[in-house]
Structure formats: structure tokens, C-alpha cells
Design a protein around this ligand. Structure first.
Ligand code: GTP
Ligand code: MG
Length: 1180
């Protein structure tokens, strides 16, 4: 068996050069866990007969039942090659999109990766994602093309066809790597150039983005950049030794080196020649006894087919297809392998097959030797990777404190010396049963312990016998027990009795202890040696070494008793260290640098991830790149309300144990769980029920996120007819009606400009909502992180500090500005990019606040790009200075307005709020009666000078299609002035607006009293701005936006129709359909609203009898075409939808569902007219 002992592993852990930290990455179901089984079996941890069936690394019950991996887990393996011995720390990762955060946590701790690709399915979406993840973390990949048996048994390809097929797959994988590499080279080049010439020409800004075609000059530059860089080691090629062909289920795998060696002996050809020619367009010319090029052209069998594949094909043919005993025996003899007779006679040919193959071409041998040769040891960490790990966010490595920069050397040296600083990164926390902890495990007893127990048992036996004798009264029953007692006195069985005796006396507190969740940190040592009981500093993700070093006394270290308190820094001792062995943990006393390990007892200090170090100079590692966006939310409550505390505790634990799940308490008091997808949700709920809360819970239906937006007025009506004039009038009437509902103090003009005055009449704001072009919204959405950095910079500037932003980020910001300028063209958007006031919500969202006032100057949001230029300080002298003091209130109001819209309090998206007017009065001039008139006079004045002509009341609105005479007529009729006329307060109490009501009340109550009673001015301004934005939003055609999933479905031709059926039922849209090369599979790419996606994967699986299984991934937001506030206005529309028109409005349905969930008022007509209802279907 050769089960590697713990001592051996501890010994190997010290030889850093011989350690390989690797993970297995792939698309779902491509065979990662099966491959891991083979590798685990090579160490005798599981039997090789069970390899592939056991899926040892899937230790959770639900993983076994569902057959997919959900958590990444690690195991340490020993591999000996010649006289060299290696320690391989292997991490198996999940492939399902829902768990891609688990992949991120695995990749961070590794130096290399085995990328597995299914030989039939080829490169799938997740394959691309994991290749990208490996790339982003700078870890080196090797390739395993798995499931080659399927080409033989399922697809029944000939060996030559299989060769072509494999070549294609290799090309596909290399294409993905190639594109990653090119974009990197271009980025680097752009960065270098940016550093060379500080002010950059706008012409080469598009370099890194990979936008469309460039000019001829650019193409020249492009290739020049690539030529300089050696990329040969990046690509996968069998002759480079970084590709293994395998069938994990049958236990075989090879790289061409193995065959090159075999045949060089057999045929007398030099093995290096064979190595170069075994893969590729070469063939064997028997006559000339030479290897020649051009096999394809001459119609010859390539060497790979002739020498490699043909052998495998004939083995499968003999064993599986024809079951030819004689031939099998011959082959077994010629291969020189030994097969047990029971395997030879086994009814399942696969047993025989794997018995032969696992000796002939053992998979573990091929994979592990490739790993040891081709993947780097912890000592070979690239300087680039270190800098990336150390420089958090946009911060420049050079801007880190000197002591911190020095740690780079420690990373690169990866030293085991005692003097080396300790640096450990924890990438996730995972929960384990206390039973699994080594201290609670039943371990085999040592000789002394056995003897001791035997002695104990003997004593007790003697005692019992003596009491028996004392009580001896001739009762037969007693005699019988005595007999049984004496039989248990047998030394062979007595060892168990003390255990049962002691366990029966366990107190409840011990039981509780047993039920307690223990968390183990999944970590790696990057420098130094960690020891049990060692004092360390725990650095949270937001820890700032620069700040800490400034406040901490010189030379203070983790061991100090009174360590001063510093934000995001904890001080503790390492409680216990574990060796991660798949399902088991082994206790360790110390772990040297370069190893993966588990750390117990850190749950108090670490939420999800952290950096542990002995020095406060250590920076926190950059946060993990999570590819999945958590999007599925459910509200959770306990079945029995009294169990709420248990639920809260359970959710806290769940939050800690899952890298991607989020747990929130909403303002409404709901406990919300956010997960990456349906499968992830299910797992989280199961965990909560069975493990963390241990109570019955009920989960709401998934809460579907929406966004609210405005659009340009539509040109066609609901039945797709051009909007007639008559209809426009009707629509405008309707709008007028709505506007008439606006409370006093709010003026809405025909062009959508909303003017609102604060209750103390000190400030008046004029705001208009304009839809942003789609691509602009998309751009903002994609660059949220960048915008956040920019805003952080601006904020810190305001506080008088400067944040150093690295060149690359500055470059990206510049690029973003250029792109925005390119997108926001036309007279409406003139100079818009420079006038951007803020982004929202949360200062980084896809909505814009635009400053459209001539006289108001404020610092630009693009300050970081102009850092060297001096800021305009002249503004202090201008009248704008008064406004500048309140600038922040306007921004806050805008943030609030964009955070929750008026339709159903969901965030806004793609809306630009243009501030066209903002007047502030000095407090002394307040509360005069004629103030209103004065304001209005001013209003008029401004409108004349105002930047946008459309704000003139009677002028034809420029951007509305109803700017013709009827529209104008209506405008005159419904003169907004009329609406704004001061009216008796009493009539206004019916106002329907949400916060408008309180607004009015306050206004009414305190019309003539002093200004103070309205509260601070800034607060009023925030509220006024928020209200103004909401009204401005409502003055436009409003729409809901739905989150969309994208999915790739692989299906055979027979089930294609059913797949389409399910898709269309759920309002999905097929984007493309193509046939996968060399197979009979179709790949369908479709988008599907998240709102319709629940149960989609299951339904597809059921309808196609498991042949197609889609994976859903969040893709984008899409405007829902129908207007939730729509009512029929034309004859056709009445005809089509009926008077109530309550049948087809999907948007209204969604909106009301959200409102109902949030406890908002839902306007629903139950029966409007008590007449006979029409049968709607008749009208369709
Ligand atoms: N025919 C064939 N099937 C295989 C091979 N390797 C794995 N499988 C099967 O493929 C399925 C998925 O295997 P797993 O090892 O669980 O795949 P995985 O990549 O770990 O899947 P996830 O962890 O869920 O992403 C199982 O049914 C395996 O039996 C192979 O070489 N040939
Ligand atoms: Mg798996």
C-alpha cells in the first residue's frame, strides 16, 4: 500500500524546492475529482480499485449525491521520481459557475494548476474562466485532456479522427491563452509608454482595451510588442511536455515523453528526435527508415496515430468492444503487465481495462511527473506576482512604506529561517465537525496505552467479581451475568470498554462543545515558519501598513504584551495547525514556508480572508478576484419565531464559511441571503438547516433584483402602430394628470424640468432626468471599481490628503474618460464629461449627476488626471463659494435618489440628472412673502440665459416627438405655472407622493414661521434634491430593467426542440446556435431573465432526460419593453388588450410583486365596473 506517513510529509515540508502547490481547474464535470482520485490512490490513501468511483475529495454528502464538487479541498501527496522526492499539495476545485469563488480561493494559494478539458466537450465557458483566473493570479498551468475513452467508446472515432479532434482542442485552449497573453503584452506596453512620456497622446489610449481595428501604424506597433516577448513556454504543446492525454475513469494517462522513450529503445531512433516528431505532421517512412514531414499531404498516418493512439485503440477494441480473450492475453504479455485472474474473468470489461491500463500507463505517474517538472516550486515565485499580491487596489507598489517594500525579498526567498518574517495568507474559512479535529479523533492506541487499559479492565473485572461473590446467593440470573462479565474480561475485547464507560459519563457541556462549529482557515505560508502557540498579527483586508507604522512604536512586534490597538489589526496566538488531508486533518507542530495548511481557532479574528504576519509592515494581500456576481437573494425566517437568535447565529456562521455568500439585514428587518445561483442557494440553505442553525427555516421565493430607468418617449404604441397625433394628445393628457398630482412647491414643466424649493424657501433646485445611451450605461457599469477609486481620490483630496494612484489605474481612468467622451456626443451632451458632478448610487453606480449651470464651478471628478495641474482655487472668490459649501448635500440627495427609485424602490440605472438651476439665498432674506415671486422672476431670467433652450415653456421641446402644435396647445393649457401657484394648504393633503406628503405638511404648518424649525439647511437640501430627482424621473417614460442570465446549453439534435420550448416559455432568447466541431452536439447560447430562471436548469434536465444541462451566469441588465404605467389609449389598443389591459403587462406584474414584497402601496383594481367582463382571449 505504501501509505505515506505523517513523519514523511513533515520531513518533505521542509524541502521548499521540492514542494508543488497545485490546483485542478476545469469546467463542471470534466473529471477533476476523478483525476484527483487517481492521484490520491497513488499514495495508498484509497484503493486503486475505488479510484474514480469514490470521489474522495468530495467529502460532503450533497457533493456525493449531486455528483458535483461544491467546496475546494486540499490534500498532501508524496511523489518519488528517481532519487528525488516531492511533496504535492493538491487542491481540487469545483467547476460549477455557482462555486467559482471557491476556485478563486484555491488558485490564490497555488503556484501551478492542472487544467482539465473533456476530450468530447472541448473548451467550455468555465474552461475559459479558469484559464483567465490562473492568468490573473500569475500561476502556471499544465493541461490534461481527459475522457479520451469517450472518443473511442461513445463517439466511435477512428484513431486518425481522434488525432484531428485532439489537435483542434489543443488549438482552442491555446487560442484562449493567446488572447490573454496578447492583451497583457499590449497593456504592459501601454504602461511602459505611459511612464516614458507623461502626457500621453490620445491616439494610443485604445491600446489596452482591445477595441476594434486600429490604423496601420498601430498594427505595426502591436506585432512589435509581441515579437519582443517570448511566449513559447505559455502555450500547451505535447512536445513541451505540458500536455497529458488521459482517461481518468480508466486510470490511464500519458505524455509523449513516455512513448518517445519506449520507441527510441524499440526502434533505435534518438528519443529527442521522437519527442519533437511524435506530435505533429510527421510520419514514418519505413523504406527510407526516416521520419518525414507532411503526413497529411501524403495521406500517411501521423506518428502520433501510428505509435500511440493505435495501440490504445486496439486495446479498447480487444477488451471492451470484442472481448477477445486470446488477444487480450497476448497484449497483456507484450505490454509486460500482470493482471490478476479475477480481473481477467470479471464480467465488467472496464475492470480488466483499468487493471491493464493503470499498470501500462499509470495516470498518476504521468500527471505527477509533469507537475514536478513543469510547474514551479514556491521558490520560483515571480517578482511581478509578489508586487501584485502586495499592492492593494490602485496603490502603487513604490508608494508603500520602505519596510513593506523590503518584505518583497522575504516573499521571493520563501525562507525557512527563524529570522524570516512570517507571512501567511488565509483565503477562506471552512467549517468542520468537531469529530474531525485530530484531538477528538479516535486514533489507534499505542502499546503502552493498550497495556494500561488492559490493566484497568482487569482491576474492574476483579472488583466486579468480588462484589458478585459478596452478593452471591445462588441466584442463577446473577450467575449468568457473572459469566458474561467474565467473558468481557477477555483481554482482546476489553480495550473498548473504558471508552464506552467514559463516553457514557459525558456531561451536556461536552455535548455542546461537540456541536460547536469549528472553523479552519485555509491558508498558505509565504515566508517564515509558523509554530503552534506563536503570537501573530492578523491583518484585515482594509489594514493600512503605512498608517499603522506611523502610529506604532518602533520595533514593536506581534509578541508584545500591550500591543496598541490599530484599525483592522488583531493580535493572537496560533492555536492549532493542521495538515489538510482531504476529509481528514492531522495535527502539526510547525509548518515551514511554501506549504498549504489549516489553522484552527481563528474564527474570532478572521471573517472570510485575511493576512497573518509577524510584522506590522506586512500589507494585506490584494482581495481575491471573484468571477461570479451574487445575484439570487432570498429572505429567510425561522419556522418558529422564537428561534430567531439561532437563525441569526447560524447566518453569521454561514457568512463566515462561504467565500461568496452574503448575509444582510435589510432596513425592513428581513434577513436576506445572497448567493451566486440556484445550486449555491440550495447548498447554503442545507448548510443553514443542518449545520449552522440546526432549526427549521423557511426561505422566501428568490428576490429578483430590478433596476429602474427612463427612456426616450417611444415612437410606436403597444400594438406596434406609429403613434398618431390624437394618441399623443391622449398620452400628454395623461402625463398632465400625473403632473397635476405633484404637490405644491414642485413645478414640472412640459419638457420634464422639475423645479423644487426647500421648505424654508432658501434654495431652489431645477433638475431634469435624461436617459443615458445604452453603451454609456454599460461602460459605467463595467468600470464601477475604477470610478470608486476615482471618488476615493477625490474624497481624500477634499480632506487634504493625497492618494497615490498607480500609473496603470490612471491610464485606465484616462481611457474611461476618452470612451465616455466618444459615447456622449451631440449637442445635448456638449462638454458633458467634464461637467460630471458625481456618479451614483454609492458614488460609483451607472447614473450621472450633471452640472449644467453656467455660473457654478466645482472641482471636476477627473481631478486625479489633473493632479499635476493646479486646482482652480479661484472659485472661492466667486459667488459659487456659497454653493460650494452645500455641494455635498446635492450629491447626497442624488445618491439617495439613485439608490431607490420611485417605481418600486429599486436602484436606478442609466439615468442622467441634469441640474439646471440651483439658487441659494442668504438666510437673512428669508421668509418674505414676495419671495416666491422673486424666485419666479429669477427663474425666468435664468431660463432665458439657461444652457438648455428646451426649458422655455412655450418653445417647442427639442427632444420630445410631440413638439408639434397639438402638443404645444396642451402645454399652454396645462401651464405648469398653474400647478405651482400657491394654493390653499388644505386641498393638498391628498397628495399621493411618498415623502411629498410630509414635505407639504411641514410646509403648511410652518409657512410663516422662522427658518430654524425646518432643521439644518444641508438636510433640507438633501431631501429637496432627492425629491426633485424623483419627480424629474417620473416626468419621463419610466421602465423597469431586468437582470439577464446568459447560458450555454449543449444538446444533441434530438432534444434541441425541447430546449427551445423551455427557453421560449421562460422568455429566453437564443443568440446563437452552432454545431460543436467533430461531435453531434449543438451549442446554444441564450439569454434569459433572472426572474424566469428558477427551476430552469432542472426543467431543461428533465425535459431532455439529462442530456442538456445549462449553467446560468449573470450577464447584463436589459430594459423591459412594456411600460408598467401604460393604459390603452387608442382604439386598437382597447381592442387588443381590453379596457382593463391587465393581461399582458409583464413590467407591471414585476413592479407590483416587488412593491408588495417591500410592503409598499400597490394600486390594484379588483373589479372596476360591475359589468360583464370581456373574455380576453377572444380579443387576441
Ligand atoms: N468516460 C469518462 N468519464 C469520466 C472520466 N473522468 C470522469 N468521468 C465522469 O465524469 C463525471 C464527472 O466527474 P467528476 O470527477 O465528478 O468531475 P468534476 O470535474 O470533479 O466535476 P465538478 O467538481 O462538479 O466540477 C463522473 O460521472 C465521472 O465518472 C473519463 O476519463 N472518462
Ligand atoms: Mg469535482
Amino acid at each position: 500500500m505504501g501509505h505515506t506517513s505523517l513523519e514523511k510529509i513533515i520531513q518533505l515540508q521542509k524541502r521548499t524546492a521540492n514542494i508543488r502547490n497545485i490546483c485542478i481547474l476545469a469546467h463542471v464535470d470534466h473529471g477533476k475529482t476523478t483525476l484527483a482520485d487517481c492521484l490520491v490512490a497513488s499514495n495508498g490513501i484509497i484503493s486503486s480499485r475505488l479510484a474514480g468511483k469514490l470521489r474522495y475529495m468530495d467529502s460532503r454528502e450533497d457533493e456525493q449525491i449531486r455528483g458535483i464538487t461544491m467546496k475546494s479541498s486540499a490534500i498532501s501527496l508524496h511523489y518519488a521520481s528517481g532519487d528525488k522526492e516531492y511533496l504535492i499539495n493538491l487542491i481540487d476545485s469545483p467547476g460549477h459557475v455557482d462555486f467559482s469563488s471557491e476556485v478563486s480561493t484555491a488558485v490564490r494559494l497555488c503556484d501551478g494548476a492542472i487544467v482539465v478539458v473533456d476530450a468530447v466537450e472541448g473548451v467550455c465557458p468555465q474552461t475559459q474562466v479558469v484559464l483567465r483566473q490562473a492568468w490573473l493570479e500569475n500561476i502556471r498551468p499544465v493541461l490534461v485532456i481527459n475522457k479520451i475513452d469517450r472518443l473511442i467508446v461513445e463517439l466511435k472515432l477512428t484513431s486518425l479522427e481522434a488525432y484531428t479532434h485532439l489537435k483542434n482542442i489543443l488549438e482552442q485552449v491555446n487560442a484562449v491563452t493567446g488572447s490573454l497573453f496578447t492583451s497583457k503584452v499590449l497593456e504592459d506596453r501601454a504602461e511602459k509608454e505611459a511612464q516614458k512620456q507623461a502626457p500621453i497622446d490620445s491616439s494610443d489610449g485604445g491600446g489596452g482595451g482591445g477595441g476594434g481595428g486600429g490604423g496601420g501604424e498601430q498594427v505595426y506597433d502591436w506585432s512589435a510588442g509581441l515579437e519582443e516577448t517570448d511566449d513559447s513556454h505559455l502555450y500547451f504543446s505535447p512536445d513541451q511536455g505540458n500536455v497529458v492525454f488521459a482517461s481518468a475513469i480508466d486510470g490511464w494517462g500519458f505524455c509523449i515523453q513516455q512513448f518517445a522513450q519506449i520507441y527510441s529503445q524499440k526502434m533505435g531512433i534518438r528519443s529527442d528526435v521522437l519527442l519533437k516528431t511524435l506530435w505533429g505532421d510527421y510520419y514514418l517512412n519505413l523504406k527510407a527508415k526516416r521520419i518525414m514531414k507532411g503526413a497529411q499531404f501524403k495521406g500517411k498516418k501521423p506518428l502520433f496515430v501510428q505509435l500511440v493512439l493505435d495501440n490504445i485503440w486496439s486495446l479498447y477494441d480487444a477488451v471492451v468492444t470484442r472481448r477477445d480473450k486470446e488477444k487480450v492475453e497476448k497484449m497483456v504479455a507484450s505490454l509486460g503487465v500482470k493482471v490478476a485472474t479475477r480481473d481477467l474473468r470479471h464480467s465488467d470489461p472496464k475492470v480488466l481495462l483499468s487493471a491493464i491500463c493503470s499498470q501500462w500507463l499509470p495516470l498518476s505517474q504521468a500527471v505527477l511527473s509533469m507537475v514536478c517538472e513543469k510547474l514551479p516550486s514556491p521558490l520560483d515565485m515571480a517578482a511581478e506576482r509578489v508586487e501584485k499580491l502586495m499592492s492593494v487596489g490602485a496603490r502603487r507598489f513604490e508608494s508603500l512604506p520602505e519596510q513593506t517594500q523590503e518584505l518583497k525579498r522575504a516573499f521571493l526567498e520563501c525562507s525557512n529561517e527563524d529570522t524570516a518574517p512570517v507571512i501567511v495568507f488565509v483565503s477562506k474559512m471552512f467549517a468542520v465537525d468537531s469529530k474531525v479535529l485530530p484531538q477528538n479523533k479516535q486514533r489507534p492506541l499505542t502499546q503502552e496505552e493498550i497495556a494500561e487499559r488492559r490493566e484497568l479492565a482487569r482491576q474492574r473485572h476483579a472488583e466486579r467479581q468480588s462484589t458478585n461473590q459478596n452478593a452471591e446467593s445462588g441466584e442463577s440470573a446473577h450467575a449468568a451475568t457473572a459469566r458474561t462479565d467474565s467473558s468481557t474480561g477477555n483481554p482482546t475485547t476489553n480495550t473498548t470498554s473504558p471508552i464506552t464507560a467514559s463516553s457514557s459519563t459525558t456531561t451536556t457541556s461536552a455535548e455542546e462543545e461537540e456541536n460547536k462549529e469549528h472553523f479552519v482557515a485555509f491558508a498558505r505560508v509565504y515566508s517564515g515558519v509558523v509554530r503552534r502557540g506563536q503570537p501573530v498579527l492578523v491583518l484585515g483586508p482594509k489594514y493600512d501598513p503605512m498608517q499603522a507604522l506611523r502610529t506604532l512604536p518602533e520595533g514593536c512586534s506581534a509578541g508584545d504584551d500591550a500591543f496598541p490597538s490599530v484599525p483592522h489589526l488583531g493580535c493572537t496566538r496560533l492555536d492549532s495547525l493542521y495538515l489538510l488531508m482531504g476529509r481528514e486533518l492531522e495535527d502539526l507542530e510547525e509548518v515551514p514556508s511554501g506549504n498549504v495548511l489549516g489553522i484552527g481557532g481563528m474564527e474570532e479574528f478572521i471573517l472570510k480572508s485575511a493576512t497573518i504576519s509577524s510584522t506590522p509592515a506586512c500589507p494585506p494581500f490584494t482581495p481575491l478576484n471573484f468571477e461570479a456576481t451574487p445575484i439570487v437573494r432570498v429572505a429567510i425566517e425561522p419556522k418558529h419565531p422564537s428561534e430567531m437568535p439561532k437563525l441569526v447565529r447560524g447566518m453569521k456562521l454561514l457568512n463566515q464559511a462561504d467565500p461568496c455568500a452574503q448575509v444582510l439585514i435589510q432596513e425592513t428587518g428581513e434577513h436576506v441571503l445572497v448567493t451566486a445561483g440556484e445550486v449555491h442557494l440550495q447548498r447554503c440553505l442545507d448548510d443553514l438547516k443542518e449545520r449552522f442553525a440546526k432549526i427549521e427555516i423557511s426561505a422566501s421565493k428568490p428576490i429578483i433584483p430590478f433596476r429602474e430607468t427612463v427612456i426616450r418617449p417611444p415612437k410606436v404604441d403597444m400594438v406596434n402602430e406609429e403613434m398618431g397625433k390624437q394618441q399623443k394628445v391622449a398620452v400628454i393628457h395623461q402625463v398632465k394628470e400625473e403632473q397635476a398630482k405633484a404637490p405644491e412647491g414642485v413645478q414640472v414643466d412640459s419638457t420634464g424640468l422639475v423645479t423644487l424649493t426647500t421648505p424654508n424657501k432658501m434654495a431652489t433646485i431645477g433638475v431634469r432626468a435624461v436617459p443615458l445611451p445604452d453603451d454609456t450605461t454599460q461602460l459605467l457599469e463595467d468600470n464601477g471599481e475604477l470610478i470608486r477609486t476615482m471618488e476615493q481620490f477625490n474624497l481624500s483630496l477634499k480632506e487634504g490628503k493625497t492618494l497615490e494612484i498607480n500609473q496603470k489605474t490612471l491610464e485606465s481612468i484616462r481611457e474611461l474618460r476618452e470612451k465616455l467622451e466618444g459615447l456622449l456626443k451631440g449637442h445635448k451632451w456638449r462638454d458633458a464629461v467634464n461637467r460630471i458632478w458625481s456618479f451614483g448610487p454609492r458614488r460609483c453606480g451607472p447614473n450621472i449627476l450633471l452640472n449644467s449651470m453656467e455660473g457654478y464651478q466645482r472641482p471636476s471628478v477627473w481631478q486625479c488626471l489633473e493632479a499635476d495641474r493646479h486646482q482652480s482655487t479661484s472659485a472661492t472668490a466667486s459667488p459659487a463659494a456659497a454653493l460650494r459649501d452645500y455641494d455635498n448635500s446635492i450629491v447626497s440627495g442624488f445618491q439617495l435618489a439613485t439608490l431607490s427609485g420611485p417605481m418600486c424602490e429599486e436602484p436606478l440605472m442609466g439615468v442622467c440628472f441634469v441640474v439646471e438651476r440651483w439658487d441659494m439665498k442668504a438666510p437673512s432674506r428669508l421668509d418674505s412673502v414676495d419671495e416666491k415671486e422673486e424666485l419666479e422672476a429669477k427663474n425666468e431670467e435664468e431660463e432665458e440665459v439657461g444652457s438648455s433652450a428646451s426649458s422655455r415653456q412655450l418653445s417647442p421641446p427639442t427632444n420630445e416627438p410631440n413638439g408639434e402644435s397639438p402638443g404645444e396647445a396642451v402645454d399652454r393649457e396645462g401651464d405648469p405655472r398653474g400647478v405651482s401657484e400657491p394654493q390653499p394648504d388644505a386641498t393638498l393633503s391628498t397628495s399621493s407622493s411618498l415623502s411629498g406628503a410630509s414635505h407639504n405638511r411641514r410646509r403648511a404648518d410652518a409657512a410663516a414661521s422662522a427658518s430654524d424649525c425646518y432643521g439644518p439647511v444641508s438636510g433640507q437640501l438633501i431631501a429637496a434634491m432627492k425629491e426633485a430627482c424623483r419627480y424629474a424621473f417620473q416626468a419621463r417614460p419610466q421602465r423597469l430593467m431586468a437582470a439577464m442570465y446568459t447560458c450555454d446549453i449543449m444538446a444533441t439534435a434530438e432534444v434541441l426542440g425541447r430546449v427551445y420550448g423551455v427557453l421560449s416559455k421562460r422568455e429566453g432568447r437564443v443568440l446563437s446556435e452552432e454545431m460543436k466541431e467533430g461531435t453531434e452536439m449543438f451549442i446554444i447560447n441564450a439569454v434569459l431573465p433572472v426572474a424566469e430562471s428558477f427551476g430552469f436548469a432542472d426543467e431543461i434536465r428533465k425535459r431532455t432526460s439529462g442530456l442538456a444541462s445549462p449553467q446560468l451566469m449573470f450577464s447584463h441588465w436589459e430594459v423591459i419593453g412594456s411600460d408598467p404605467f401604460w393604459v390603452p389609449t387608442t382604439e386598437e389598443e382597447y381592442l387588443h388588450f381590453g379596457e382593463k389591459a391587465d393581461s399582458a403587462n409583464q413590467a407591471l406584474k414585476y413592479m407590483n410583486a416587488v412593491r408588495r414584497r417591500k410592503g409598499l402601496y400597490v394600486e390594484e383594481k379588483i373589479v372596476e365596473h360591475a359589468e360583464k367582463q370581456r373574455t380576453l382571449s377572444k380579443n387576441k
